[in-house]
Write a protein that binds this ligand. Structure first.
Ligand SMILES: [Zn+2]
Length: 135
């Protein structure tokens, strides 16, 4: 049996409300559609404006991607709270409760600090291991 000391219902409710407003903020900002990849990257642009435009586009699409990923994390967290509330606040890997301070700062996190660091180590390019996926 797992000892779930993760959080009480009131905390969960409060974090859920925060996740909902974060999700709404991200959704309201719009522009989450990532522009299609440029296919003319090989041909050199003739004017001076093009490289800047390209850079701006890259920055914008990176930002959009980050927001899209964050939005996906928030949606996952909300789905978890609704479907499996006992699991919310528990680390996805080691199933230990995530520290309250961490989850207050980032209510969408699914990993404790130790497992997050471990994943980042394992995820390093060049020595990618098979990532475990419990979803
Ligand atoms: Zn963990």
């Amino acid at each position: 049996m797992r000892d779930n000391r993760a959080m009480d219902a009131a905390t969960r409710k409060r974090l859920r409300d925060r996740l909902v407003s974060l999700r709404d903020e991200l959704t309201a900002e719009g522009g989450l559609d990532i522009p299609p990849a440029r296919t003319d990257a090989v041909s050199q642009p003739d004017d001076d404006e093009a490289p800047l435009t390209e850079m701006t586009q890259t920055i914008a699409s990176n930002r959009n991607r980050e927001r899209g990923e964050r939005l996906a994390q928030i949606r996952d967290a909300l789905a978890l709270i609704d479907e499996d509330p006992e699991e919310f606040g528990l680390c996805e890997d080691c199933e230990e409760p995530i520290k309250a301070r961490r989850i207050e700062l980032m209510p969408w996190v699914v990993l404790c600090v130790a497992c997050q660091e471990k994943r980042e180590r394992d995820d390093r390019p060049g020595r990618r291991k098979n990532l475990r996926d419990y979803r």
